[in-house]
Design a protein around this ligand. Structure first.
Ligand code: PLP
Length: 421
């Protein structure tokens, strides 16, 4: 199965078959089943004639697939890029050493002074920080629209100036899901590029390019790597645009190490198996928590109570492995609840084999006061649970054991105020 071509024996290959084989070349050299880690800083030429041939014919992934120097490309990295492109149904993909490297490179490559970005309010905090500080220094303005308010999103667009409309799906921590049809339509109407960070969804659950979005990006650190052991980032989209990003990467110098790329490719092979397990387990855990009297509220797009449930059902083939919920209690009750758990590690990040749990009031937002956090919608009793691949029943038993010890103050007040969010 080569790029874009995901048909096998006349039928559309499934997500797991594509995770293992999609975009992979059978002939990897040395009869190696796995992609060799090409550990080199430069590449050699047999003769000057070969140098000239290379300089004249050089095309990415074309007939003369080689490079002259490792900042411009590496075969282990190419293999990973082909696989991700296949999974995203993209013409091409470009890989970076981290998710932040992917998004910052994309913006720095495409934007010019005087340009304008519209992004939604619950985008990854560092991305937003980059737009509002670094890009601002270069004369790029950013407007923030509330997630889920498509009239406000359109109102934030400055015709002829807005170059990017950027959002995430599902978002952190409330797992909001963007209406991709509407987003693509706004992009076309205002001639702005649309960019979606679908780190939380993965191409197993959602492929934005199939809905008319221009670029999709991921922190490959999360589900692609899948084992909490490697950083990475990727942007996928049309061939011409991705080539521009690869050229810029050769100048910026933010290249991924071939060992890192190897680990990401290894992780990708089990992507669909892991994500489907996580979809299923998260659904069970979310349902369990929703009916629990010591939980004020659960945010999971698979639940009918989620504001974007209908959109999510229409667009996604699974709702992902991250659940957010509010414990019936204050900041201390909530951290005590977390501290008693035996399965999840207390850590930021998500998408790996081990379950991770965090209280956003501490992680990511510790520098803000309680009021400032509340103003941006981060409650003290909010918990983000990123499922690993443990059994749902064991996770539920673990949550149950800790919830049992949450003091029974579950006041009627906090219940009623939680429901009108
Ligand atoms: C983690 C994350 C990023 C940043 O990726 P890194 O690999 O940590 O640089 C960007 N967007 C989302 C949604 C993320 O979860």
């Amino acid at each position: 199965m080569t790029n874009q071509q995901s048909k096998l024996n006349g039928r559309q290959a499934g997500a797991s078959t594509r995770s293992v084989h999609g975009g992979a070349r059978r002939d990897k050299g040395f009869h190696s089943m796995t992609t060799p880690i090409v550990q080199t800083a430069t590449y050699t030429f047999e003769s000057t004639a070969r140098v000239i041939e290379f300089l004249e014919k050089k095309v990415y992934g074309g007939e003369l697939e080689r490079e002259e120097y490792a900042r411009y490309g590496n075969p282990t990295v190419w293999s990973l890029e082909r696989r991700i492109a296949n999974l995203e149904a993209a013409e091409d993909a470009v890989v970076y050493p981290s998710g932040m490297s992917a998004v910052t490179s994309l913006f720095l490559t495409v934007l010019r002074p005087g340009a304008h970005i519209v992004m939604t309010d619950d985008c990854y905090r560092r991305t937003r920080q980059f737009c509002e500080t670094t890009l601002k220094k270069f004369g790029v303005e950013t407007s923030i629209a509330p997630m889920g308010d498509s009239a406000a999103l359109e109102a934030a667009i400055v015709p002829k100036k807005t170059r990017f409309i950027f959002t995430e799906t599902p978002t952190n921590p409330y797992l909001r899901v963007a209406d991709l049809g509407r987003l693509a339509e706004l992009g076309k109407r205002y001639r702005a590029l649309t960019l979606l960070d679908t780190t939380f969804a993965t191409p197993v659950n959602l492929r934005p390019l199939e809905h008319g979005i221009d670029f999709v990006m991921h922190s490959a650190t999360k589900y692609f790597g899948g084992h909490n052991d490697v950083l990475g980032g990727v942007v996928a989209g049309g061939a011409g645009r991705i080539k521009a990003l690869k050229d810029a990467r050769g100048i910026f110098g933010n290249v991924i190490d071939p060992h890192q790329a190897y680990l990401l490719e290894r992780g990708l092979k089990t992507l669909a198996v892991r994500v489907r397990h996580q979809n299923e387990a998260a659904m069970k855990v979310a349902r369990h928590l929703e009916s629990h009297r010591k939980i004020d509220r659960v945010y999971y797009p698979g639940l009918e109570s989620h504001p974007d449930h209908e959109i999510a059902r229409a667009l996604m083939s699974g709702f992902g492995g991250v659940i957010s919920f509010e414990v019936a209690g204050d900041i201390k009750t909530t951290s005590d609840f977390i501290d008693r758990l035996r399965i999840p590690y207390i850590a930021p990040s998500l998408g790996g084999t081990e379950s991770l749990i965090e209280q956003p009031a501490y992680f990511s937002y510790y520098d803000l006061s309680g009021e400032e956090r509340l103003a941006i919608g981060i409650k003290d009793n909010l918990v983000r649970f990123a499922l690993g691949i443990e059994d749902a029943e064991d996770i539920i038993a673990d949550l149950e054991a800790s919830l049992e010890q949450v003091p029974d103050r579950a006041s009627v007040d906090s219940k009623s105020s939680a429901t009108d969010r």
